[in-house]
Design a binder for this molecule. Sequence first.
Ligand SMILES: *[C@@H]1O[C@H](CO)[C@@H](O)[C@H](O)[C@H]1NC(C)=O
Ligand SMILES: *[C@@H]1O[C@H](CO)[C@@H](O)[C@H](O)[C@H]1NC(C)=O
Ligand SMILES: *[C@@H]1O[C@H](CO)[C@@H](O)[C@H](O)[C@H]1NC(C)=O
Ligand SMILES: *[C@@H]1O[C@H](CO)[C@@H](O)[C@H](O)[C@H]1NC(C)=O
Ligand SMILES: *[C@@H]1O[C@H](CO)[C@@H](O)[C@H](O)[C@H]1NC(C)=O
Length: 206
Amino acid sequence: MQIILIISLIGVSAYGQKELCNSSLSVDITNGEKIDGKILKNRVSYNASNYFEMNGMIYGCPCNFKTCITKCCEMGEVMINRTCTKSNLKMKIPIHRKYDFLHHIHVENDTFNKEDYFFIQNRCKSSVQLDPNIYPETDKFFVQENGSLYTPDFEMGTPKFSERYCVDIFQDESIDGKLLALLCVPDDMNKDIYEQLEDGIHITGQ
Ligand SMILES: *[C@@H]1O[C@H](CO)[C@@H](O)[C@H](O)[C@H]1NC(C)=O
Ligand SMILES: *[C@@H]1O[C@H](CO)[C@@H](O)[C@H](O)[C@H]1NC(C)=O
Ligand SMILES: *[C@@H]1O[C@H](CO)[C@@H](O)[C@H](O)[C@H]1NC(C)=O
Ligand SMILES: *[C@@H]1O[C@H](CO)[C@@H](O)[C@H](O)[C@H]1NC(C)=O
Ligand SMILES: *[C@@H]1O[C@H](CO)[C@@H](O)[C@H](O)[C@H]1NC(C)=O
């Protein structure tokens, strides 16, 4: 709801303050702690270059100074039965340089300061689920050091490195708590065509 509101107001800030990042990369820090012109929220400190006010709300731009990894659900939630659900499941995200494994990020310790990563929550309107456990020929994905998702075997005109994705732990009757990725379907591409182009990939709405 908030996101939709921001998009519709791009460039028309009520306080004449410029948006310092894309609305899809901003987080609500309105109730953060204000200290010396900075705002502290979830142990991240936003200075004047990294937050802006709009319609009485304050938005921070964590991706201006941290590497953002897109998580499908909010921090503290994972995808259970296709719904974001509160959970204390531990999450370990492997970070790669192309295929090469570099290190894990432990999401349980929220990493906000430690490793200069920030988990931003975002889901695309329509997405394909990548599950390398079931479709190893097409669905391999590697979260990169700069936060993009590398999909070496995924064809159909999508970038090999995508910023339009999210990862999370998925758990339902067929998936037992694994880290999977959803890749956003490009806005200009029909979901059915997308599906035909890539055999075996299941589309998830929302
Ligand atoms: C925000 O991101 C969207 C999607 O990536 C893009 O289409 C849009 O141009 C961006 N807006 C700005 C102001 O950068
Ligand atoms: C705000 O923080 C960023 C990142 O830490 C830094 O590069 C920048 O110089 C700071 N800007 C101001 C005005 O303090
Ligand atoms: C998820 O679905 C399964 C099977 O439909 C059910 O047994 C389980 O309780 C559900 N879990 C949650 C958290 O809703
Ligand atoms: C999380 O942080 C606590 C306290 O700093 C530490 O003892 C624990 O080993 C950390 N867990 C992981 C998985 O890094
Ligand atoms: C991340 O790195 C890849 C490969 O070097 C590059 O293609 C991509 O544009 C980068 N993404 C960002 C957000 O910098």
